[in-house]
Design a protein around this ligand. Structure first.
Ligand code: ADP
Length: 260
């Protein structure tokens, strides 16, 4: 479970990235974060694994107050949180399987890393991860031979190889064409359902957010203006998130969960 309790983030230059955010995200949810560029989506995602430190409030992940973590404890905590970026962050001249295997590196002695000596079990596990995202047939290709969508699947396999309970994805489909973006979103959806991994991603394509996520969080100027199930996202909600129109009221509907 991820809990934001009155969380704010003010950058050193005074910019308010997040303002008084309160959220509870249960294990196994698939959450899409939507909002204009600069709204605070990336800040929200990156606070969870401490890529960005919050400046006020409390952020609790699986019972741990993340701001108390340091050194080894922080590294161990991060191992359970996968991170996917828009730019894939793969070693393009290396093979697909070697890229997946690199997620073992933090747990290996340096000399094994130096010689790339991965065990048979590690290799089998990496191949399984590639199979889960339907790209096993490319295991021995070089990454620079793949399409953008295939590269994002490899990045997803690398993340799965570290047994995450949470995957954070910062604009994972922003650089893909519409068809590949849909395919990668369906991979996220399948992984979420089959493996009960919590997925939090930010995305510009509202249609894909509504098609695949089960919950949508809309943010505007660092504040949550909508938080509720995907099927309750109306045009009014989108106007509040993107155009700054008044936030729709709850109309006494307890399921709507709209913040005022
Ligand atoms: P989004 O992901 O929705 O585009 P961000 O979370 O990247 O938004 O940014 C939220 C706000 O914080 C923006 O005003 C942005 O300019 C600002 N911001 C982001 N990173 C920094 C930083 N390192 N220093 C100062 N301001 C930042």
């Amino acid at each position: 479970m991820i809990e934001f309790k009155d969380v704010s983030k003010t950058y050193p230059n005074g910019t308010k990235g997040l303002q008084h955010v309160n959220l509870t995200i249960d294990q196994g949810e698939f959450v899409a974060i939507i909002g204009l560029s600069g709204a605070g989506k990336s800040t929200l995602i990156r606070t969870i694994n401490r890529m960005i430190d919050i400046t006020d409030g409390q952020l609790i992940v699986d019972g741990t107050d993340v701001m108390t973590l340091k050194g080894n404890a922080l590294r161990k905590f991060r191992r359970h949180i996968g991170m996917i970026f828009q730019s894939f962050n793969l070693v393009s001249r290396s093979s697909v399987i070697n890229n997946v295997l690199t997620s073992n590196v933090p747990d290996m002695p340096w000399y094994k890393v130096l010689f790339g000596s991965y065990s048979k079990d590690q290799k089998m596990k990496a191949l399984e991860a590639l199979d889960k995202v339907n790209i096993l047939d490319k295991a021995y290709n070089r990454c620079d031979e793949l399409s953008g969508g295939q590269m994002q699947r490899v990045a997803l396999a690398r993340t799965l190889n570290q047994n995450p309970s949470i995957i954070l994805a910062d604009e994972p489909v922003a650089s893909l064409d519409p068809i590949m973006a849909d395919v990668v979103m369906s991979d996220f959806s399948r992984i979420n359902k089959e493996m009960n991994i919590t997925i939090l991603l930010n995305i510009h394509h509202v249609d894909l957010a509504l098609k695949y996520a089960t919950r949508v969080i809309g943010i505007r100027a660092g504040k949550v203006v909508y938080d509720g199930p995907t099927d309750k996202v109306t045009q009014e909600v989108l106007d509040a998130v993107y155009n700054g129109k008044p936030v729709p009221t709850t109309d006494n509907d307890p399921d709507k969960k709209v913040e005022k």
